[in-house]
Design a binder for this molecule. Structure first.
Ligand code: GTP
Ligand code: MG
Length: 194
């Protein structure tokens, strides 16, 4: 597991706090409470590396984890969380938009979706962003443990069919039941050039 050395670097609230734009980084994106931070912990196998919570809106900054020198995973705040005050939501939107548009080090997006609610408006938006910028995109259908096997396979096929024309990988995932971890890890290691 080449991601195991991951360590917390910093939480970025303002663009000026971003590390120098000269490394390689993969952002973990998805709707609020989808399971992004849990996925990072499961994939890196580093207990409590990223903070998780039952309450949506846990991750409130761009949280940087350094895996190797200048190789980063970036945990993004979840989008689509209505309970967050409007001003803060606008702040995040500006921060994330600017980051996605301008960050040269950004090579790929790990897009995390709850398998029971895939491809919502915000996921589509994120996919469009990724494609427009030529980023590598890989989709985790997480919380797969919430569905019986047969329905997991159906949901996977439905998302693959919907994205037939889009060059993305889609896989089943569960942080809770350790499903799909080697596959997700291999994708991240490849993108980070480890
Ligand atoms: P924000 O930072 O608030 O956007 O959330 P997040 O996407 O980082 O989600 P987080 O990892 O904090 O998980 C949200 C909730 O989902 C927590 O209660 C987790 O325990 C739960 N959860 C995450 N992954 C899984 C999974 O694979 N299976 C199940 N059953 N629950 C999960
Ligand atoms: Mg989080």
């Amino acid at each position: 597991n080449l991601l195991a050395p991951a360590r917390y670097l910093k939480a970025v609230h303002l663009p000026t706090q971003l590390p120098p734009d000269e490394g390689v980084e993969i952002a973990i994106a998805g709707r609020s409470n989808a399971g992004k931070s849990s996925a990072i912990n499961a994939i890196c196998e580093t207990h409590k590396l990223a903070r998780t919570s039952k309450t949506p809106g846990r991750t409130q900054q761009l949280v940087y984890f350094e895996v190797a020198p200048a190789r980063y995973l970036v945990d993004l705040p979840g989008y689509g969380y209505a309970e967050v005050p409007a001003a803060l939501r606008e702040h995040w939107r500006g921060l994330i938009d600017g980051y996605l548009r301008e960050r040269a080090s950004l090579r790929g997006l790990l897009l995390v979706m709850d398998i029971r609610h895939p491809l919502r408006e915000f996921d589509r938006l994120m996919l469009d962003y990724g494609m427009a910028r030529g980023l590598a995109v890989h989709i985790l259908l997480t919380k797969a443990d919430k569905l019986p096997r047969g329905q997991q396979a159906k949901a996977l096929q439905a998302v693959r069919n919907a994205l037939e024309e889009v060059p993305v990988g889609v896989q089943l995932f569960s942080s809770l039941r350790s499903l799909g971890i080697p596959e997700a890890r291999a994708w991240l290691e490849g993108q980070l050039g480890l």
